[in-house]
Ligand binder design. Structure first.
Ligand SMILES: [Zn+2]
Length: 75
């Protein structure tokens, strides 16, 4: 059971990655606790590893209570 509640909705790893990325990923791993707090609202942050393309693996972070999200990409 790796589905989590985000902003009041139950999401799968794939859906969580889509919320972070803006597009559905090719693959997504299980959702885990990110062990950090949201910089905007202080709520718990969860993370998910996913592949937006065949050559890229990204760890995405998402607040469970607000719109804040981030990735480990080097901008
Ligand atoms: Zn937040």
């Amino acid at each position: 059971m790796s589905n989590r509640v985000v902003q009041g909705r139950m999401v799968t790893p794939e859906k969580l990655a889509e919320l972070i990325e803006g597009e559905a990923p090719l693959e997504a791993e299980s959702i885990e606790d990110a062990d950090r707090d949201c910089p905007d609202c202080g709520s718990d942050v969860i993370r998910v590893g996913y592949m937006p393309t065949v050559t890229e693996f990204v760890t995405g972070y998402k607040c469970q209570e607000c719109d804040w999200s981030d990735t480990d990409r080097d901008e």
